[in-house]
Structure formats: structure tokens, C-alpha cells
Design a protein around this ligand. Structure first.
Ligand code: SF4
Length: 63
């Protein structure tokens, strides 16, 4: 089971992750990204592409 984590101290709330992967991320009330599902593989996303979407390297994935 994979675990996606967003480091809120790094997140700048750009919204790219939520726009590209709406099944996995949403912007929370604090304007920062929240993980809503870590099940990226069932949507045929790769770990590398998800990590690469974030401009400040706030997203990490542990399999
Ligand atoms: S892409 Fe990175 S900086 Fe932008 S909202 Fe997502 S986690 Fe935050």
C-alpha cells in the first residue's frame, strides 16, 4: 500500500497537483495541498510524474 505525503511546510499552494491529479489531491482550507487518496497506481499515474509536478518538491511517495 502506497503512502503519498505533502510537506505543508514546503507547499506553496500552487494547485498543480490538485489540477493534474484530482483523485489524489485537493487544496485544503489553509490553501495548501491535502492528500485525499494515495492509490495512484489504480489511476495509471506513475510515482515519478506525480513527484515531478510539484515545483518545490513537497510531495513524497512511499511504496
Ligand atoms: S504542486 Fe506542490 S506546491 Fe503546488 S499545491 Fe501541490 S504540493 Fe503544494
Amino acid at each position: 500500500m502506497s503512502t503519498i505525503t505533502v510537506d505543508k511546510n514546503k507547499c506553496i499552494g500552487c494547485g498543480s497537483c490538485a489540477a493534474m491529479y484530482p483523485e489524489l489531491f485537493k487544496l485544503g482550507e489553509d490553501g495548501k495541498s491535502e492528500v485525499i487518496s494515495s492509490d495512484y497506481s489504480s489511476h495509471n499515474y506513475t510515482k515519478e510524474e506525480i513527484i515531478a509536478i510539484c515545483p518545490v518538491e513537497a510531495i513524497s511517495i512511499k511504496d
